[in-house]
Design a protein around this ligand. Structure first.
Ligand SMILES: [Zn+2]
Length: 257
């Protein structure tokens, strides 16, 4: 299995990071992706990826951290992407749910990071919250603008219509804990049904968004097995098949061989 979106660098894991990673490995996880959210955390992320050969990372600035950036921030994103284990630009996007940064600044920082990704020929990890109407025109224009441009909609939270529009342009759909929720979840069940297994990436977004029955607790990569089981169940395929396919998807998407 491949947890394609886990914030293992956050302080939530400082006390027991090694055990968390060991539990994930014992559950069958062979690969992990830590998305970047700010410039300051790069040294910590690098040291984690140096310790564990199966952990990769992405360089980027989260929309909630896009206010008051230093002048040379974009060069820092580029510099941080030059490490061998950096496999994407992310997580980038727009977040109009938490008002941490003016919308026009978010769009500017997002647009610049899309440019960086195409210059470096890296995929993007997209964060989109209450901002689809502004984000999709920017992202779809970018996707159509070059052959090697691709991305994953992390913690996808729109409807199956938007999911299929993204898949048609070659995007992957990131599925995590909310896809296991039991109540009022028809929208996500339909997304699992319609999106081809080849376009699905498994993720946790840990320490956030724990799957059932851990909702409300700290999330960790091993719990993504519960989300995978749900995907297999809805798709009517075996757990092993869902594991094999989503792992291959992740490796191909991030260019890990
Ligand atoms: Zn995230």
């Amino acid at each position: 299995m491949f947890d394609t979106h886990c914030h293992l660098d956050l302080t939530d894991f400082d006390e027991d990071r090694d055990q968390v990673i060991l539990r994930a490995k014992n559950t069958g996880f062979d690969y992990f992706m830590i998305p970047g959210i700010e410039l300051d955390s790069i040294n910590k992320i690098i040291s984690i990826t140096e310790k564990y050969k199966e952990i990769y990372f992405a360089s980027g600035i989260h929309p909630n951290n896009a206010a008051d950036l230093i002048a040379e921030w974009d060069n820092c994103v580029i510099e941080n992407s030059k490490y061998e284990k950096c496999k994407a630009i992310g997580e980038i996007g727009l977040d109009y749910y938490r008002e941490y940064c003016p919308h026009d600044v978010q769009r500017e920082v997002f647009g610049r990071q899309l440019e960086i990704a195409s210059d470096l020929e890296l995929p993007v990890i997209i964060h989109c919250r209450n901002a689809y109407e502004d984000l999709w025109p920017m992202l779809s224009d970018w996707l159509k603008g070059g052959h090697c441009r691709t991305g994953v909609f992390h913690a996808f939270d729109e409807t199956s219509v938007e999911a299929m529009a993204a898949v048609e342009l070659g995007m992957k759909i990131g599925m995590g804990g909310p896809y296991t929720y039991k109540k009022k979840n028809e929208r996500r069940i339909e997304i699992i049904q319609l999106v081809p297994i080849e376009s699905i990436l498994l993720e946790t977004d840990c320490p956030y968004l724990s799957p059932i029955p851990h909702r409300g607790e700290r999330n960790e990569p091993s719990y993504a097995a519960l989300t995978l089981a749900k995907i297999a169940e809805i798709k009517g395929i075996s757990y092993e098949e869902a594991d094999k396919q989503t792992t291959e998807n992740g490796l191909a998407f991030f260019g890990i061989f």
